[in-house]
Design a binder for this molecule. Structure first.
Ligand code: ZN
Length: 462
């Protein structure tokens, strides 16, 4: 049993009024809300750090599962009640601590927002106290943990927001938000960029919706909806005993981004090549420009980033490509329920040698492979597919059919040329010839089952 989480973004439409967006005043309300909630968070952070003993108080906790009573740290809910008692003026508690009167400092701040702020701060303050204790125990002089920052994205609890959907016309859907105008708290309607993709993700069965957060950036404002799902999956060791187990192996490369092979009963059932569609070369051209401009401009100014837009473009392309490739991998997994996804532990293609632009491009290619690996694992896990990493030793050098050492080669002008980085693979012992990346992908299955002599002993599950 495990848990997985994902977020779906819903953009607020902040374009001009005549384009269906919001009027400019509403945008400044969002900023004012973020600022006042940050201030409230700062208040409670200071309050909790001034009462460290209460924050780490040991109390008797009754286990929900077994009914057992044992000593544990006070729960966040109890702390919240205690903190409100000390700081908020109510009919029952007319006099909060004089130095910590929240009701005076922040009149009319809605209860829901106050609670979300306190909950947020409890986590931060506790984390800080734990790391300070550890730091004291370690006896180190340097690297004292810093006091956590109070600013965060506001969490929207029920009662501070409502999504109002027009079933017939999705474009007319809007979000009702309780915001601060600078003087008072009011409900304001914000038009959204509601779409079918968002609609589908929200309604997908098995996913629990958690409290969303408001993410405000320079250009845009969005609500991030967090969803969690409980996953039941077999352990790798259990799966391995199943004689009908299907394994999906992935070999990640630079130009053929992923070569996916599916194996059952010792036979390869399906193969899929995911090409980068020229991304590597395209990126190389951009990085040539970056390298040239850096050379022309001389030493970079400290604290300043050069070629920001170009880099943003490269990053965006990498991210999109990683998502697409990961989705292709997961699509294959979805066809075989109960399968195991097998990766090689990533080797770094060393970015040394060659021109500067070549080195930059290598680095980006490494990052892309890491991203594909990570995304594919996450997406597969959401389907209940567990992934495992195997040792990459020998997968690209040995023959997938007989297990003996082979050679890589390419065809140049109709001639076979032996080349370590060649696209094709040939085995001198059994005369098997195939695409080198396909051979490596099949070898990943062998590595998982440890079938050939060149396989190392250890196997790391991930
Ligand atoms: Zn062979």
């Amino acid at each position: 049993m495990g848990q997985t989480a994902r977020t779906t973004k819903l953009l607020l439409d902040l374009s001009t009024r005549d384009q269906g967006g919001t009027n400019p005043g509403k945008r400044s309300h969002l900023t004012a809300t973020v600022i006042i909630l940050d201030a409230a968070r700062r208040f409670y952070l200071a309050f909790f750090l001034a009462h460290p003993d209460k924050l780490m108080e040991r109390v008797e906790v009754i286990s929900k599962k077994t009914g057992e009573v044992r000593a544990g740290v006070i729960s966040a809910d109890n702390l919240l009640t205690w903190a409100e008692c000390q700081t908020v003026e109510t009919a029952d508690h007319p006099t909060p601590l004089p130095d910590w009167n929240f009701s005076r400092a922040f009149p009319d701040l809605p209860n829901r927002y106050r609670r979300s702020v306190i909950k947020d701060v409890i986590g931060k303050a506790r984390g800080y106290l734990t790391s300070v204790t550890k730091w004291h125990a370690s006896g180190k002089k340097k690297r004292k943990p810093g006091i956590p920052t109070a600013s965060n994205h506001p969490t929207l609890y029920a009662g501070t927001f409502a999504l109002e959907l027009d079933e017939l016309d999705l474009r007319k859907s809007f979000l009702r938000l309780k915001v601060y105008t600078g003087t008072a708290w009011v409900w304001v309607h914000y038009p959204t960029c509601y779409n079918r993709y968002f609609d589908r993700r929200r309604a997908e069965p098995g996913w629990e919706t958690e409290s969303p957060t408001l993410i405000l950036s320079k250009q845009s404002a969005a609500i991030h909806f967090l969803q969690t799902k409980t996953i039941t999956a077999h352990k790798i060791v259990e799966s391995k005993r199943d004689p009908d187990l299907v394994t999906v192996a992935v070999d990640l490369n630079v130009k053929q981004l992923a070569v996916i092979t599916v194996r059952q009963h010792g036979m390869i059932k399906e193969t899929r090549f995911v090409s980068d569609h020229g991304l590597d070369h395209h990126r190389f051209e951009h990085l040539k420009r970056v390298a040239k401009k850096q050379w022309q401009a001389g030493k970079a100014v400290k604290g300043e980033h050069s070629n920001q837009q170009l880099w943003a473009h490269v990053r965006r392309q990498n991210r999109d490509c990683a998502h697409q490739t990961a989705r292709a991998i997961v699509e294959v997994c979805a066809k075989y329920p109960g399968c195991v996804l097998v990766f090689e532990r990533l080797r770094k293609i060393k970015p040394s040698g060659g021109s500067k632009s070549r080195r930059l491009n290598r680095k980006q290619a490494n990052q892309l492979r890491g991203k594909i690996n990570q995304l594919a694992k996450e997406k597969a896990y959401a389907l209940g597919v567990v992934s495992v990493e195997v040792n990459p030793h020998g997968t690209s050098q040995y023959c997938a059919r007989c297990g003996r050492l082979g050679v890589r080669f390419t065809y140049q002008a109709g001639q076979r040329v032996t080349d370590r980085g060649g696209r094709l693979f040939s085995c001198p012992s059994c005369h098997y010839e195939c695409h080198a990346d396909f051979n490596a992908s099949v070898n990943v299955h062998h590595s998982f089952f440890r079938e050939f002599h060149w396989q190392p002993r250890e196997l790391k599950s991930g």
